[in-house]
Design a protein around this ligand. Structure first.
Ligand SMILES: *Cc1c(COP(=O)(O)O)cnc(C)c1O
Length: 495
């Protein structure tokens, strides 16, 4: 680190290094009960004499420490977060306010059902809206994320096919798929067979027709796919599968391109998941909770996880008496706070608002695509839906790869796009702006990418050494992943 003291936020000590014996940041109120020695109350063996290296700091030091650390993170509240496939949109504060309403935030999953009718009504209402948006017949809110929804959905297909006499052996998956798709199929006990994409970037119908036989349980497809291209033959795909007794699973992670415009149920999907933390406005990216509700057509409804929400004479209850159910997939009924945010988001937008969000998301992705299509190589030249995928082909001749361009974007003040995914595009730059960005923000981003493309021509070292504006520049990513240093050792002299 340089001797010159850069801005404080770039030069933060560990909280332990700020420690000075005797400093305190908080004072407990005077006791209003008789004092008892800790070892008498708890037993001497349970009392620690000293906590090694416990930091002693003042209030202002601790506030500044964590506030500075918080500025090291890029956030959607700072600017565009164009991670493709992730739908990192801005989450309206209104949804946060609703999730913090007293009766909602203090609700307890063990509350008697008679006292939880409001919370259950929220769940029932959300299920109905999601079913309507997806064009499906029933929804469970239980799965905790997209991948968990996939597993639930494929287990539903397995249970359904088993009830027809044969669970079958194979799940077909296009080569553009997200890695969770084949992982899900394998965990659910299926063999995975890959389907090639055609030159347009969509499922090759001849390969699909050749692969479908009576051993195929399902096709798992993302639509629009991970290239941001709509699978225009999807209705024929569904018909081909149904003719052979197979099911169509849709990975709904890209529903931000469809909500209010097209309904998977209408184009033949039997079961799908939704990522509430992508499309329906729950903050994510920091490892917080998500939700992956699963929507099904009526023939799969009897197999949905227990419990289900049932209503009799206006009273809601959790119904566990479902003999054909695949069982439980989650404690209680899912990540409730996430469900509340999704319903608040849907109600605040209304039907027209949701549709507008979709149209703007698609417009923004196409605006970026047009903006940089002369500067970066576009491997599949079909109209974009909510995201667009370029490759580093033009830059790689100068020794610059997609990861380098991504790091240079950090110097321009942006979070990088998704690097090297989908796998069928070598050196991919996958960009998803979402509907929440203004034209001004998109123009800044386009200018940054154009400027980086020029730097690659004139001074590639600038790009190869990036980022330079951050506290640390490049780290050894392999060592960081394989040998992370997770334990802090207090200095021997106690300083
Ligand atoms: C995000 C994503 C998933 C997995 O969803 P999680 O909620 O992260 O488990 C699956 N498929 C696609 C296409 C995705 O973008």
């Amino acid at each position: 680190m340089s001797k010159i003291r850069r801005h404080q936020t770039q030069n933060e000590l560990l909280i332990f290094e700020r420690s000075s014996p005797g400093k305190i940041g908080y004072r407990l109120p005077p006791l209003d009960v008789p004092a008892v020695a800790a070892d008498e109350a708890l037993g001497a063996e349970n009392v620690r004499g000293e906590i090694a290296g416990f930091p002693e700091v003042s209030e202002v030091e601790i506030i500044r420490h964590f506030t500075r650390l918080s500025t090291w993170n890029y956030a959607i509240d700072l600017g565009l977060y164009p991670l493709g496939s992730c739908t990192m949109k801005y989450n309206p504060r209104l949804n946060e306010a609703v999730a913090r309403i007293e009766g909602i935030v203090d609700a307890h999953p063990y509350q008697p059902q008679a006292l939880a009718q409001g919370a259950m009504r929220i769940q029932q209402t959300l299920e109905r809206y999601l079913a309507h948006i997806a064009g499906m017949d029933a929804v469970t809110l239980q799965p905790a994320a997209g991948a968990h929804g996939e597993l639930t959905g494929i287990l539903l297909i397995r249970a359904y096919l088993q009830s027809q006499g044969d669970a079958r052996e194979v799940v077909l998956i296009p080569d553009s798929a997200h890695g969770t798709n084949p992982a899900t199929a394998a965990i659910a006990g299926y063999k995975v067979k890959e389907i090639a994409s055609n030159e347009r970037g969509t499922i090759d119908m001849a390969s699909l027709a050749a692969a479908i036989d009576d051993s195929v349980a399902a096709l798992m497809v993302t639509n629009p796919n991970t290239l941001g291209i709509f699978e225009q033959d999807i209705a024929e795909v569904a018909a081909l599968l149904h003719d052979r007794g197979a099911q169509l699973y849709m990975d709904g992670a890209n529903m931000n391109a469809l909500v209010g415009v097209a309904r998977p149920g209408d184009f033949g999907v039997d079961v799908m998941h939704l990522n509430l933390h992508k499309t329906f406005s729950t903050p994510h990216g920091g490892g917080g909770p998500g939700a992956g509700p699963v929507a099904v057509k009526s023939h799969l409804e009897p197999f949905l996880p227990v419990p289900r929400i049932a209503e009799e004479a206006g009273a809601l209850r959790y119904d566990h008496d479902r003999p054909r159910s695949i069982g439980r997939v989650r404690a209680f009924y899912g990540n409730f706070g996430v469900l509340v945010r999704a319903l608040a988001y849907i109600l605040a937008h209304g039907g027209d608002g949701l549709r507008n969000a979709t149209l703007d998301a698609v417009l923004n992705a196409n605006y970026i695509r047009k903006g940089i299509e002369n500067d970066y190589h576009l491997p599949y030249d079909a109209p974009s839906m909510h995201e667009c995928v370029f490759s580093h082909n033009k830059q790689v001749a100068r020794g610059v790869k997609t990861g380098d361009i991504a790091k240079r974007l950090i110097d321009y003040g942006f979070h990088p796009y998704t690097v090297s995914f989908p796998l069928i595009v070598h050196g991919a730059l996958m960009i998803e702006p979402t509907e929440t960005e203004s034209k001004a923000e998109l123009d800044l981003f386009i200018d940054a990418l154009k400027s980086i493309a020029r730097e690659v021509e004139t001074d590639p070292q600038l790009v190869l050494r990036a980022p330079q504006t951050t506290r640390t520049s490049r780290v050894d990513e392999t060592r960081a992943a394989r040998k992370p240093i997770l334990i802090w050792e207090p200095p021997a002299n106690g300083a």
